[in-house]
Design a protein around this ligand. Sequence first.
Ligand SMILES: [Zn+2]
Ligand SMILES: [Zn+2]
Length: 571
Amino acid sequence: MTKFPSVDKTQVTKPADFNLRVVPLGGCDHTGALNMMMLETPHEILVIDAGLGFPEEDMLGVDYMIPDISYLKEHKAKLKGILITHGHLDHYGALPHFLKELDNPPVYSTAFARELILQRLKEFKLDQEANLILAEKGKSFSVGNLKVLYIHTNHSIPDTASIAIDTPEGVVYFSGDFKFDETPEKEAPADKEVLLKLQKRGVALLVSDSLNSEIPGRSVSERVINHTFQEIFAKAKKRLIVAAFASNMNRFQQIVDAAQAHHRKIFLTGRSLIQNFKITQKLGYLKLPKDLLVNIKSVDHYQDEEILILATGSQGEDYAALTRIAAGTHLDVKIKKGDTVVLSSSIIPGNELSVQRSVNSLGKMGAHIVQNNILAVHTSGHGCQEDKLLLLKFLQPRYFLPYHGEFYFRNLHAELAEKGGFPEQHIFMLNDGDALEFRQKQAYLHKEAVKIGRQVVEGTRISDEGSWVLRERQIMAEEGIVVLVYKINKTNRKLLGAPKLFSKGFIYQEESQSLPRIFSQEAKRIYEEVVTKNGQRPQKEIIHEIRSTMQKVIRKKLDKEPIVLPVIIEI
Ligand SMILES: [Zn+2]
Ligand SMILES: [Zn+2]
């Protein structure tokens, strides 16, 4: 490694002005989802990736999370383009939620990602006005005053790119998701020549993928997986069912080739899989002989040894094809004794239970299961420790910013770089919203330079994470809800009969006889007390007081804090 001038990071202050700054708008938390980086100069802003994130367990009813783009909205005029590295949702999925708000800036991407983005925009009826531009790898182009270069790299989806941007402070290199596969299937190894060229020009900053930082060595090559599949095909006597990530098309190409060699027809099940087969065939990426693909509806017309079923649902996702097969609810595929089911993917943390559930019921139905812990049927798209060090060695950047992943992985990545000889003072750990600012080739850490909240999407609505609605839902799920209906006389405000009580989720069956009666009596007492104290009080205040008193009563009796909703009907 080159020698670096020493920098005391504890001394860094905000420079009066910056020539360049790089700010993660998302991606420094939430297991590496919500990837979004902002590169800003005095004249322009470029955004690298616009990913969404899937909700955590306590975020009930939330479909997904998206990065906060308030800063981009305020500086719309400076925004020259959004550069997408590849077609995974954690890198492009948030686009439909703010393209319009940002006045449809140009969105650059490679061909496969572009098709996937287009599909997603179509779902939101935004495809017409969007400005999608094809970025060709290896050919630099201008965005604003900056030169951008897409660089071929290996990952788990075709057409993945790293992005290098020429700035007055030097090259800023965004690795995106990457690994170095010397023997990849159906694509070239990552372009290393260009890395050396960039090194010569001077790389100011490397922003590099931290996922898999805990795994020593090099990532397993796709070729190894290919060998395993050859073996599985050779051994399987009955039907073969393979589930993998629907976007892992190079993997599917290997499987398609094996199917052809072993005289099996291919049956697809799962919407995203069918869509991706169409796109990659259209782009000429997937070589699929004409009569190899057969509609799943006619699967029963074929002999077992002629059948290969490709399915979505390797993560045990609700409603995905393999999940339905495992539950016995798939319309066209019922498991038969002797079927071989291959799960060609890693389990995303959090999905262990649902995958195990699928595997168990498939096994009970008589299927033979092959998973990665038995045979090498999957390799990750993210490089291991040696892959990461290799990138640092190729680029020799002045500064290094671990990115994509929770703090734990980013920190391991930082330690790894340090052990590899990269000076600790030149490694920056950022939170979302922190800026790494450059002036005269020096980097400064500017804490909380951009205010960041996170936004959640529920159906078509976008709101702030941590909003009361979410907290309310959580309370409802854990503590239940009580609705108290009071009928009162309009003129004298006296109760007309005992209040009615409806509850959900906090009274157990054995208590269900006595408790509602007790609470109803309490509700009556509370109302009378509140109204006798001051009958002229506005209804809002009365409701508020009933609610808080009732909550106390319930807490005392049941140690529960349900949501209490008093409703007063004047007759
Ligand atoms: Zn990815
Ligand atoms: Zn990713």
